[in-house]
Ligand binder design. Structure first.
Ligand SMILES: [Zn+2]
Ligand SMILES: [Zn+2]
Length: 286
């Protein structure tokens, strides 16, 4: 398991590696541009070279890129879809250039419209973005299910992957907070096992390529996406220990997005995750 953190690339892409190393991360996630603006950051060969150099000299073994929040591949507004396509394609190309494990994408929102049609629209945009980039994987993230957001269930993730053409580059990212908020009770070994079996039946665990580790301020099935610092939410330390000791996550990057330092991740949060993983493993061993 590559326990890591979402970090900022402010001051240069390679700075994100430095920030990850300072936290004790084994994986990092970055935004490839300001997450609340459409304008892409134009990176050049020199930025990529510096990034590769920093990464090679670090213990970080996986890099995820989080697509911009504005992206809504499912929008019924053609202009938003066009902008979403451009932004997602850019993220995938940056992913190609830095050798990212994948781009993580919130699949989109149907708003108040028809879900099936929204899934079809999202699939079309996603397929086009894949066709316009080389090899970087795309991880569709499960969502808390607020409003019309797509990806609230494994069934929806499977439908999205299907609609996007089922390419081998399509994978998924599961977020512990979103799972709980969308109604999957993952707080016990048995509950998590049942959830993953369902995920395997509907999507296939071979598509599971990354994990977000967040505690949840919102209760089971509340459909509200509100992250809590580790141990301060509905998952709690015990729930996080179960999640972190899950053997089916052993080979994956597990990235924390919300920490205890005013929601930013601190070195002690990384240390806590390692402790909880050990605690969970001991409990599983009985
Ligand atoms: Zn997430
Ligand atoms: Zn979230």
């Amino acid at each position: 398991m590559l326990i890591g953190a979402h970090v900022s690339p402010a001051g240069g892409l390679w700075k994100s590696v430095e920030r990850g190393v300072d936290l004790g991360a084994e994986s990092i996630q970055i935004f490839n541009q300001s997450p609340r603006m459409w304008k892409p950051t134009a990176y050049g060969e020199e930025d990529f070279a510096k990034f590769h150099e920093a990464l090679a000299a670090s213990p970080i073994r996986a890099v995820l890129i989080h697509a911009v929040y504005l992206v809504n591949c499912a929008s019924d507004d053609p202009e938003i879809r066009e902008k979403s396509l451009a932004s997602l394609t850019h993220s995938l190309r940056v992913g190609d250039a830095i050798g990212a494990t994948g781009v993580v994408l919130h699949p989109g929102s149907a708003k108040t419209g028809h879900v099936g049609e929204a899934i079809a629209r999202a699939g079309e945009v996603i397929a086009e973005a894949l066709a316009s980039s080389e090899r970087c994987a795309l991880h569709l993230e499960d969502t808390a299910g607020a409003g019309g957001t797509l990806g609230r269930s494994f069934e929806e993730l499977a439908a999205l992957i299907d609609a996007a053409g089922g390419s081998e580059r399509l994978g998924m990212c599961l977020d512990s907070c979103h799972l709980l908020a969308s109604g999957y009770d993952i707080r016990t070994v048995e509950g998590l096992d049942a959830t993953l079996k369902q995920c395997d039946r509907e999507v296939g665990l071979s598509r599971l390529h990354s994990i977000h580790l967040n505690d949840s301020l919102s209760t089971l099935g509340s459909n509200r996406d509100r992250h809590a610092p580790p141990g301060k939410g509905e998952l709690g330390l015990a729930g996080l220990a179960v999640f972190l000791s899950e053997p089916r996550f052993d080979d994956l990057p597990v990235v924390m997005e919300t920490g205890s330092d005013n929601n930013a991740i601190a070195a002690k949060d990384m240390a806590l995750a390692h402790e909880l993983r050990e605690r969970g493993q001991k409990e599983r061993a009985g």
